[in-house]
Design a protein. Structure first.
Length: 229
């Protein structure tokens, strides 16, 4: 299921623009501040509002699902969750663990003349903080990520963030690839009409990424080292 190196290299050889999902391909943002802890903290922030949260939100471990729910409960809930999540993601970005091999891949792809962008459902502030702290911000031509009070419906799997990056880069979709570790990454890439590489960073994930239609599957970011180097 993991693609042959020659297949990955052929795909990359023609690509001029490389889009990176953030959590997974670039780092493990929730390495020291786990997503379920953030979800529980968001519920703590909402407690003073005295809401009767739906059972799925009371049990939810994915903070982005709480973000998606928040606007349905009114503007005060939306603002509380959005502000809280931005702060917690920034804190998480400070203790995120770099994905092995990615910094080198980013530098080599950029040096080879390709243009790079981040496309992520995480907040733009967290991504700028992490990439700046790790000396990577300057390698990216654009960051297409969750903006303040952005409609959660426009996050991946919606193609909006990819379309935004294509516009900012002036990129031809046929010459652009997204590297992502989630089924929603592959879905958004297909809807946007760009290529996709699935990063199977946990056992068994390659099957889901393959079934969703990823053009290649890797399990080590170092497999993206450009063929010319
Ligand atoms: Mg991801």
């Amino acid at each position: 299921m993991i693609s042959e190196p020659a297949h990955v290299h052929r795909l990359l050889a023609d690509v001029k623009h490389v889009l990176f999902d953030f959590d997974g391909p670039i780092c493990d943002i929730f390495a020291a501040l786990p997503a379920p802890t953030i979800a529980a903290t968001l519920r703590d922030y909402l407690a003073p509002l005295g809401l009767d949260l739906p059972p799925d939100i009371r049990a939810q471990v994915d903070p982005l699902e709480i973000l998606r729910y928040a606007p349905t409960a009114g503007p005060l809930v939306a603002e509380t969750v959005e502000a809280g999540l931005r702060g917690l993601e920034l804190q998480a970005a400070l203790t995120a663990t770099p994905t092995p091999g990615t910094a080198n891949v980013i530098k080599q792809l950029r040096t080879s003349g390709r243009r790079l962008a981040v496309v992520s459902n995480n907040s733009d502030a967290a991504i700028k903080t992490y990439t700046d702290n790790h000396g990577l911000l300057g390698y990216f031509d654009h960051i297409s990520a969750r903006a303040l009070f952005q409609d959660p419906a426009l996050l991946k799997p919606h193609p909006y963030l990819i379309t935004q990056a294509l516009g900012a880069l002036g990129a031809d979709p046929a010459l652009t690839v997204l590297i992502g570790d989630s089924v929603t990454d592959i879905q958004s890439a297909k809807t946007a009409g760009i290529l996709s590489i699935g990063y199977a960073n946990t056992p068994g994930k390659e099957h889901h990424l393959h079934e969703t239609g990823a053009d290649a599957i890797i399990n080590d970011m170092a497999q993206l080292t450009p063929p010319s180097t």
